[in-house]
Design a protein around this ligand. Structure first.
Ligand code: ADP
Ligand code: ASP
Ligand code: MG
Length: 410
């Protein structure tokens, strides 16, 4: 007998029929003698619909009230799933995040889980219930409803699995595992049987939305056995996230991630002297804007150009900050571009291999794609390219590194 946490995403609970389907899958696990905790998202499209409603009233909806609104999406699903389970003759009980007491900080719309009170859940499991928990939501110390950021139900699932010391956390979604890249962009993308935790963390942070990054962080911190599977298929082992350090057997590149959510800002004609980078980025940090990639060109004529990227939502705010900075430091101009995309190669195999970057750059140049920025770490190389070439870049790289073929090992 095992304790399993299963998380079902929006499409997987997108209709009454799909919810019944989930109930049947849960029933199968119960019939095998397992204890099951189910975490569900809002029905497909519901969170977006609620955000739209809010925006019709306030352009920038009040964060506390937005959380009250968004949390209703998941509350609908837990009740419906609990009913469907009861309809199959199982004992089931639904819980909102607050009812479990998933305690978070008070950062509305992007709260972090601080602790989980698992007593109620354990008691219900012991008495044979399937416990159904609303994903994506919690409650702060003052009792306010909070949400965990888009895709946050993954994090609820993994955090619950950690708190309950579950044998496995299964993330059921509309693809049958983690692929070499988003199969919607590259049909030849291949499912990975395993991916290392580090690679998954990079993939998630570089834009693959198959798992929310915080869920991967939780899995790493508490060593949760985490698997991504399809809710649309009965068979299949999905993708297991592994913690092995042995990278000998790992492929050179595991996957390609991409992200259209950034914008680039450039300060032109910056005086080339010590302290300038701090002078530009200090006010950006003070405005609470996170910076991702940074490039400073080699100086000539005593000046240089300084570029960095921020989230697209903060583009306008960052431009306004820079306009002020520009005059203070005597820079020539500030320009911005929010039509960029970041494309990243990820693989622990590249740690022990040279030549990956040049192969990447050649593949992009063969397609006439200009690279605007580059950043690297031990297990990833990211480039910024023009938004309109993003899909082409992803396909070209997938082909150049033969990711459609199994086992191109390091
Ligand atoms: P859910 O609603 O179940 O949480 P999401 O839409 O959040 O589902 O995540 C699943 C989607 O992630 C897939 O439909 C796929 O388009 C996308 N995706 C992006 N990158 C990858 C990848 N490397 N492997 C698999 N799916 C990916
Ligand atoms: N319903 C939330 C969202 O759409 C949380 C989730 O699905 O994980 O982002
Ligand atoms: Mg998701």
């Amino acid at each position: 007998m095992a304790l399993i946490v299963q998380k079902y995403g929006g499409t997987s609970v997108g209709s009454i029929e799909r919810i019944r389907n989930v109930a049947e899958r849960v029933a199968k696990f119960k019939a095998l003698g397992h204890q099951v905790v189910v975490v569900v998202s809002a029905m497909a499209g519901e969170t977006n619909r609620l955000i739209e409603l809010a925006k019709q009233i306030q352009k920038e909806p009040d964060p506390r009230e937005l959380d009250v609104l968004l949390s209703t999406g998941e509350q609908v699903t837990i009740a419906l799933l609990a009913m469907a389970l009861k309809d199959l003759g199982l004992k089931a009980k639904s819980y909102t995040g607050g009812q479990v007491r998933i305690l978070t900080d008070d950062a509305h719309t992007k709260a972090r889980i601080l602790s989980i009170d698992e007593d109620n859940i354990r008691r219900d499991l012991a008495s044979g219930h399937v416990v159904v928990v609303a994903g994506f939501q919690g409650v702060d110390a003052a009792g306010n409803i909070t949400t965990l950021g888009r895709g946050g139900s993954d994090t609820t699932g993994v955090a619950l699995a950690a708190a309950l010391k579950a044998d496995e956390c299964q993330i059921y979604t509309d693809v049958d595992g983690v692929y070499t890249t988003d199969p919607r962009i590259v049909p030849e993308a291949r499912r990975l049987k395993t991916i290392t935790f580090e690679e998954m963390l990079e993939m998630a942070s570089l834009g693959s939305k198959v798992l929310q990054i915080r869920s991967v962080e939780f899995a790493g911190k508490y060593k949760v056995r985490l698997r991504v599977l399809s809710s649309f298929e009965d068979e299949g082992e999905g993708t297991l996230i592994t913690f092995e350090e042995d990278t000998m057997e790992r492929p050179l590149i595991s996957g390609i991630a991409f992200n259209r959510e950034e914008a680039k800002l450039t300060v032109l004609g910056v005086p080339d002297r010590p302290g300038i980078a701090a002078h530009i980025l200090g006010p950006i940090a003070e405005a609470n804007i996170d910076v991702d990639m940074i490039v400073q060109n080699v100086g000539h004529d005593g000046t240089t150009d300084f570029s960095f990227t921020v989230h697209r939502n903060e583009f306008k705010k960052a431009m306004a900050v820079l306009e002020k900075v520009k005059d203070e430091i005597g820079a020539r101009a500030v320009i911005g571009d929010d039509k960029i995309a970041k494309v990243s190669l990820v693989g622990v195999g590249m740690r022990t291999h040279a030549g990956i970057a040049s192969k990447m750059f050649k593949a992009l140049s063969d397609e006439n794609i200009n690279i605007q920025m580059i950043s690297t770490s031990e297990i990833k190389i990211s480039v910024v390219v023009d938004d309109k070439y993003m899909e082409l870049a992803v396909r070209a790289l997938h082909q150049a590194f033969e990711l459609d073929k199994e086992g191109v090992a390091a």
